[in-house]
Design a protein around this ligand. Structure first.
Ligand code: ADP
Ligand code: 5GP
Length: 182
């Protein structure tokens, strides 16, 4: 049975940065590409980072029962499709979801391994989000508000990893995946 590694963490903690480095390093591990109604950012690729869809398309997918889970996060909708889970074939899958998505996946796939990525300190989130410079001030505010609630849920994950230095976090995650695979 393919294993499911579920990764969550507040926006700006460094999930994309870490996962982009981790996935190519581990044979037989692929990234499950979610759908979102969020506009594509510079540097993101449709089909690699997300399947970027309109509100109408997202509605249609929900009605068609295409999602294993979906949720409103910040100002947009995000969902994991059944197809994204199948796309990993026989290999293991890494999937990035918010805390609501992790709750839903834990229920449906109890053997999933859940990992929460934390910042060294809350101030680092603000610095990283502002430094990334992709969101407006309003969006950064919204993400920081959401982060407070999300970080309270860290205790319900199997593993917690602090993203201090990117290289160390990638090492830590790679070691975790190897350990779980046995
Ligand atoms: P997320 O996917 O969790 O929203 P990103 O991967 O986009 O976060 O990272 C947010 C910003 O923080 C980016 O500009 C990224 O380069 C930076 N960043 C990521 N990890 C670290 C780290 N360990 N130390 C300092 N900056 C980091
Ligand atoms: P971002 O807009 O920064 O890429 O992602 C915002 C949030 O949406 C992050 O917390 C991310 O983990 C979450 N997210 C991404 N894909 C999914 C998904 O398929 N389902 C759920 N529930 N959350 C997701």
């Amino acid at each position: 049975m393919p294993r499911l590694f579920v990764v969550s963490g507040p926006s700006g903690v460094g999930k994309s940065t870490i996962l982009r480095q981790l996935v190519p390093r581990i044979p037989g591990l692929s990234f499950a590409v979610s759908h979102t109604t969020r506009p594509r950012r510079a540097g993101e690729e449709d089909g690699r980072d997300y399947h970027f869809v309109t509100d109408g398309e997202f509605d249609r997918l929900v009605e068609a029962g295409a999602f294993v889970e979906w949720a409103w996060v910040h100002l947009y909708r995000y969902g994991t499709s059944k197809e994204a889970l199948r796309a990993g074939g026989d290999g293991d899958l890494l999937i990035e979801v918010d805390v609501q998505g992790a709750d839903a996946l834990r229920e449906q796939v109890p053997e999933a391994v859940t990992i929460f990525i934390e910042p060294p300190a809350f101030e680092d989130l603000e610095a990283r989000l502002s430094g990334r410079g992709r969101e407006s001030g309003r969006e950064v505010e919204k993400r920081l508000q959401t982060a407070t609630g999300e970080m309270r849920r860290a205790g319900s994950y199997d593993h917690r990893i602090t993203n201090d230095r990117v290289e160390d976090t990638v090492e830590h995650l790679a070691a975790l995946v190897k350990r779980v695979r046995g």
